[in-house]
Design a binder for this molecule. Structure first.
Ligand code: ZN
Length: 132
């Protein structure tokens, strides 16, 4: 089953918790054992998994990425969003999660994040749930 979602973002760089959306896909699939693939079809927005309890972690991830990949660096790509492309590769375009006993296998503190690096835009992400 392939689920497609639209996600409006409101900032240039924004990390958005999509954990509940992915959990709902798993629940609706009624699959007990399998995998869920969460995928962003964009070159300037990715998917990562990290701490969901303290929102400061998301802010710190964005701050660190901005320091590591400054927007005003001397990039060749002329669109002005080279930093967004690089940050997306650093985060990955997608993540694979384990489903066991009908639930996502996530650590207590883990959340699934859509990472916008060149917003605001209306983005798309996919959740593919596979039995196996
Ligand atoms: Zn570009």
């Amino acid at each position: 089953m392939l689920n497609r979602f639209k996600l409006p973002t409101s900032k240039r760089a924004q990390i958005i918790d999509i954990t509940e959306t992915v959990k709902n896909c798993v629940k609706e699939s009624k699959i007990e054992e399998g995998i869920a693939i969460v995928y962003s079809p964009h070159t300037t927005a990715g998917i990562t998994i990290n701490e969901g309890a303290d929102p400061d972690v998301r802010t710190d991830i964005n701050s660190a990425l901005e320091r590591i990949v400054p927007r005003d660096w001397n990039f060749l790509h002329a669109e002005g969003n080279s930093d967004s492309h690089i940050k997306t590769s650093m985060m990955n375009p997608g993540q694979t999660l384990i489903i066991s006993e009908g639930k996502l296998v996530l650590g207590t503190w883990q959340a699934i994040y859509f990472c916008e690096f060149d917003g605001p835009r209306t983005r798309t992400f996919y959740v593919k749930v596979i039995n196996g």
